[in-house]
Write a protein that binds this ligand. Structure first.
Ligand SMILES: Cc1cc2nc3c(=O)[nH]c(=O)nc-3n(C[C@H](O)[C@H](O)[C@H](O)COP(=O)(O)O)c2cc1C
Length: 330
């Protein structure tokens, strides 16, 4: 029999929740909360943190929460427990995205430990990459990681398709930057230099004067005209890296959570091999552009994330709220 003390359970849950907080999330909104009942964790979407204009359906919110779920799973697995997960367990409580509990004790999983060790170190990159090549076998490994979670990661190989994706990203960025309501929403999640807040995109998380990659993939404008940003990307790094699209067969809330779990596995595996990812999801927030991509570039599957993967040397520090801010009564 698998006997656990109350202290053991508390320590396991604390470690798992701490891991969850380090998930990537759209604009670092961290749109989740947790409840704990005995040895069960409830993961909930925190719709107060949803982007009401950019993400009205909550797709990106659920992808973010899916990534947090993956971190909980990896933490439990790394600690030697088989995670018991129920996704969307209660149709009457749609905000309850998953319940997770540490199941049977299992031998420590080396692969999970490796990925778990990257959770806090992984950072989003927002510039070009060095010219160092991304090994083909590593790309295949990332594809397999996504597939293992029920999603598909497709590296975009054709130069023409990459140019189309870049152009669509730039067009979406242009349209969004002229939309006042969207711009105000984005500004709300831009974290100024020296800010004490524990969410939002930190000004240290992007270069002040980014050099353009060829083709150019527009970045989000978190500065809104302020001279913010770090100085790290001045002299090198103009490679686009490997462009890839993460897709799912369906487009339900469950698919979005699946996409988030797959995304996080891909990112952590990439990080373990020295790769970083940059995201360009502007076009996926616009119905017609997303639909165009689905039909023309994604074999009718639903695009959930557009990313570039490559080698970079900057290692920023992340910003997160403490777990205590995310705990709710069950
Ligand atoms: C669904 C989703 C969409 C995102 N879209 C973008 C994006 O378009 N541009 C960008 O620079 N980062 C994007 N990000 C990355 C977040 O900004 C990043 O995860 C967050 O700021 C936390 O920083 P970290 O990943 O370095 O820990 C996205 C993340 C998620 C989960």
């Amino acid at each position: 029999m698998n006997v656990r003390t109350a202290e053991e359970i508390t320590s396991v849950i604390r470690t798992a929740l701490q891991a969850a907080t380090w998930a990537p999330s759209v604009h670092n909104t961290q749109p989740w909360s947790f409840g704990v009942d005995g040895d069960e964790i409830a993961l909930r979407a925190d719709s107060d943190r949803k982007l009401r204009i950019g993400d009205a359906a909550g797709r990106e919110m659920l992808i973010s929460c899916g990534a947090a779920l993956m971190n909980v799973r990896l933490a439990l697995r790394a600690l030697g427990y088989e995670p018991q997960v129920r996704v969307l367990p209660d149709p009457d409580r749609p905000a309850l995205l998953a319940t997770i509990r540490p199941g049977a004790a299992v031998p420590a999983d080396e692969s999970a430990r490796l990925l778990y060790a990257e959770i806090e170190r992984r950072r989003t990159h927002r510039a070009g990459f060095t010219e160092l090549p991304v090994p083909e076998r590593l790309v295949e490994t990332l594809v397999a990681e996504a597939e293992g979670e029920g999603a598909r990661l497709t590296p975009v190989r054709s130069e023409a398709a990459i140019r189309v994706l870049a152009a669509i990203t730039c067009a979406a960025q242009d349209v969004q930057s002229q939309d006042r309501a969207l711009s105000l929403e984005l500004i709300r999640w831009a974290r100024p230099p020296g800010s004490a807040r524990a969410d939002g995109v930190p000004a240290e998380g992007y270069p002040r004067t980014p050099r353009r990659t060829r083709p150019h993939f527009a970045q989000r404008d978190y500065t809104h005209g302020h001279p913010w940003g770090n100085e790290s990307d001045q002299f090198f790094s103009v490679s686009t890296g490997v462009v890839a699209v993460l897709t799912t067969k369906g487009d339900s809330r469950e698919d979005w959570i699946t996409a988030g779990q797959a995304l996080q596995r891909v990112l952590l595996r990439a990080c373990a091999h020295g790769l970083s990812a940059a995201f360009h999801t502007q076009a996926l927030e616009m119905f017609h552009l997303r639909e165009f991509l689905r039909q023309e570039l994604c074999s009718q599957e639903y695009p959930q994330m557009i990313m570039r993967l490559g080698v970079t040397f900057d290692e920023g520090k992340g910003v997160r709220r403490p777990v205590t801010d995310m705990l709710e009564e069950r």
